[in-house]
Design a protein around this ligand. Structure first.
Ligand SMILES: N[C@@H](CCC(=O)N[C@@H](CS)C(=O)NCC(=O)O)C(=O)O
Length: 234
C-alpha cells in the first residue's frame, strides 16, 4: 500500500500540515488506499518538506507532484471531466491558496508574539531538554527568513491580515452555495481547499482575522461537510 509521510495529527486535523491534509483528502476523495506514517523531521523528506509518498520503489515529494503521479498511475476520477476553463480556475485558486494565503497564515502563527506562544507549546513542548530551549527559536528564525524571502514577510501585520481575508473571501465567493468548489461533484481543488481551510478553521490557534473568517459561513459549513464525508474515521 502507498505510504504517506505526514506531520502528526493536531487535534481534529489528521495532520498539522495543510499540504498533508490536502493529500490525505485527495486519497480519500479518489478512493485510493494509503497508509499514513507520522514523522516530525521534514529534513528526512527528499525535498525537505512534507508530505512525500512511497509507492513500492517510487518516492514522490510535494503534494501537487504526488497528485499528478497518482493520476497517471491510478487514473483521474476527480478531474477527468473538467472543462479547460474549470481547470484554469482550479489552478489559479490552488496557487492563490497554497502560494499566497498559506504563507499569510504561517506569518500570523509563527511570526507574531500572540500566537507564537501557542504554536511553540503545541509543536515543541514534547522536545526533551535542552533541545526545548533552543529548537523553537531556531525554527521561528528560519520561518521568518523564509517568509521574508517569499515576500509576504515584508508587509505589515495589518496588510497581511487584509490580503488573507481577500483570498478567503474569493474562495467563499467561488463556493457560493454549491456543494463543492467547482460544482456538484468533488475535484482535486476541494482537496486543496479542505487542506487550507480546515487548517484555518480547525487548528487550535487564535487567528487575528477570526471575526472576518466567522462571516464566511459557507466555508465553515463546507469544511464541516467534507470532514463528515471523508474524515469521520480520522
Ligand atoms: N509545495 C509543497 C509544500 C509543503 C510544505 O510547505 N510543507 C511544510 C509543512 S505545511 C513543511 O514541510 N515545512 C517544513 C520546513 O519548511 O522545514 C507541497 O505541496 O507539498
Amino acid at each position: 500500500m502507498i505510504k504517506l509521510y505526514r506531520f502528526p495529527p493536531l487535534d481534529r486535523l489528521p495532520s498539522a500540515s495543510p499540504f498533508c491534509v490536502k493529500l490525505e483528502a485527495y486519497f480519500r476523495m479518489a478512493g485510493i488506499d494509503y497508509e499514513p506514517r507520522d514523522m516530525s523531521d521534514p529534513r528526512k523528506s527528499p525535498k525537505g518538506k512534507l508530505p512525500f509518498t512511497r509507492d513500492g520503489d517510487t518516492v514522490v515529494a510535494d503534494s501537487a507532484v504526488i497528485i499528478d503521479y497518482l493520476k497517471s498511475r491510478y487514473g483521474d476520477p476527480l478531474d477527468k471531466d473538467l472543462s479547460a476553463a474549470d481547470r484554469a480556475t482550479a489552478l489559479a485558486y490552488r496557487r492563490m491558496m497554497e502560494e499566497h494565503c498559506y504563507f499569510c497564515i504561517v506569518q500570523m502563527r509563527w511570526a507574531r508574539d500572540e500566537s507564537w506562544a501557542q504554536v511553540q507549546s503545541r509543536y515543541f513542548s514534547s522536545l526533551p531538554l535542552p533541545l526545548r530551549w533552543f529548537v523553537p527559536g531556531m525554527a521561528q528564525k528560519q520561518v521568518r527568513r523564509d517568509l521574508r524571502g517569499h515576500g509576504i514577510g515584508r508587509h505589515t501585520d495589518a496588510e497581511i491580515n487584509a490580503v488573507a481575508v481577500e483570498d478567503l473571501r474569493a474562495v467563499s465567493d467561488l463556493l457560493g452555495d454549491k456543494p463543492y468548489l467547482l460544482g456538484a461533484a468533488p475535484t482535486s481543488l476541494d482537496a486543496a481547499g479542505y487542506g487550507l481551510l480546515s487548517s484555518v478553521l480547525f487548528a487550535p490557534f487564535a487567528l487575528p482575522i477570526q471575526a472576518e473568517v466567522d462571516e464566511l459561513k459557507n466555508l465553515a459549513a463546507y469544511c464541516a461537510r467534507l470532514e463528515k464525508q471523508y474524515f469521520t474515521d480520522a
